[in-house]
Design a protein around this ligand. Structure first.
Ligand SMILES: Cc1cc2nc3c(=O)[nH]c(=O)nc-3n(C[C@H](O)[C@H](O)[C@H](O)COP(=O)(O)OP(=O)(O)OC[C@H]3O[C@@H](n4cnc5c(N)ncnc54)[C@H](O)[C@@H]3O)c2cc1C
Length: 351
């Protein structure tokens, strides 16, 4: 009998395994045709449930709950007390994507144990879901404090928990906190910090006159009154001048003091500045172009069987998981059509 392990497999690569990528990977895993394998690539060992990270940065005793093992996500149903195996055609590759070409991706490491002897992985189709860049405490790969060399064990559950604890210590020791950005994230930070540390002075700076402007004005009023009741000072309709940030050390306490200016000229000082805004993830090198704040895969890449599912394809203000999910279905349908089209053409042409 022929040894099937020698038959070359076609590969669908899913780049990024967060809400967008994992959804795409799960759908593809369920209907993977014969002769195909699925390579799911992420720099993290565990799925990071981002929604809860800001809260767990303030309540770090819960931090472990934010990290879900990928292996659990891909196992099929099993009897109680047993663990169903993961299909050998699903490769979970923990590595950083360092560059992307038309039909291959370069990773930060190879996987000889899985038959991938070099860091270059060829694919027949790829789904691009590398998301967007978010500031601390969402970006567990970024600096926790202003000290870059404090980064340890990036991408692991232990490293993530440690990171959130360190971040909590920074907030805890700061006598005052300035939160920049009055979207859902900024509002959550400001209210969580004020509630857990009632003696801290908390300021929320928002560039627009209305908090959560996509919602009814009544929502703005409700949030403002909650912020008021927690003694959060709210500054609306003014922007931070990002170039104005200055740091000094208070000679009495030995703690850092940050001073920033707003575009209208107000000067604000705080022991910690928390930014609650985000940008597309464009750190790695690939054949793509940035346009305003959106990140676009050029037609030259997309045309070569790369589909984009994630936040990277949207503006930062409209980042929602639902969008990443719906793009997965579109990508999956398009991949299916392309594969069927090719296979159909091949059948018509004959071997
Ligand atoms: C606090 C918070 C609360 C939110 N609440 C909601 C909500 O209630 N409802 C909602 O719909 N949305 C919510 N969102 C938005 C939602 O989290 C995003 O829309 C979602 O994360 C987008 O998923 P994604 O897969 O596109 O990208 P991301 O979640 O950004 O994931 C990108 C993935 O790519 C990996 N990656 C990045 N670069 C590399 C690389 N070079 N190599 C390898 N891997 C890499 C990352 O490790 C990550 O796993 C919230 C966001 C935050 C921050």
């Amino acid at each position: 009998m022929q040894d099937r392990s020698d038959i070359p497999m076609k590969t669908v690569a899913v780049l990024g395994a967060s809400y967008g990528g994992i959804r795409a990977a799960k759908i593809l895993a369920q209907e993977l045709p014969k002769g195909w394998r699925l390579a799911v690539i992420d720099r993290n060992t565990h799925f990071n449930h981002l929604y809860v990270l800001p809260r767990y940065a303030i309540l770090p005793q819960h931090a472990h709950k934010a990290f879900i093992p990928y292996t659990k996500i891909f196992r099929g149903p099993s009897a109680p007390g047993e663990e169903a195996p993961i299909s050998r055609r699903i490769l979970l590759l923990q590595a950083q994507v360092t560059s992307i070409a038309s039909n291959s991706v370069t990773l930060s490491r190879s996987f000889p144990e899985l038959g991938i002897d070099t860091p270059v992985l060829n694919f027949d189709y790829a789904i691009y879901a590398l998301g967007s860049y978010l500031p601390a405490p969402i970006n567990l790969w970024g600096p926790c404090t202003n000290n870059e060399d404090e980064l340890t064990d990036c991408g692991t559950k232990g490293g993530g928990i440690e990171w959130l604890r360190k971040y909590h210590a920074v907030i805890e020791q700061a006598p005052s906190v300035l939160v920049v950005g009055g979207g859902a994230l900024g509002i959550q930070y400001a209210t969580d910090i004020a509630e857990v540390f009632p003696n801290k002075s908390v300021t929320l700076l928002h560039s627009r006159k209305q908090l959560l402007p996509r919602f009814d004005h009544a929502m703005h009023e409700e949030i403002l009154s909650t912020l008021d009741s927690l003694n959060v000072k709210t500054i609306l309709g003014d922007r931070l001048d990002l170039t104005s940030l200055q740091k000094r050390v208070d000679p009495k306490s030995g703690l850092p003091v940050y001073t920033v200016r707003t575009q209208s000229g107000q000067e604000l000082s705080a022991g910690a500045v928390v930014t609650a805004m985000h940008w597309p993830n464009a750190e790695h090198d690939h054949d793509a172009s940035t346009s305003t704040q959106q990140y676009r895969i050029r037609r030259s890449v997309e045309g070569h069987d790369t589909r984009q599912t994630d936040d990277a394809s949207r503006g930062p203000e409209s980042s929602v998981r639902g969008y990443a999910h719906s793009r997965c279905h579109v990508s999956r349908t398009r991949l299916k059509r392309r594969r069927r089209g090719r296979e159909g053409r091949r059948r018509r042409r004959g071997p």
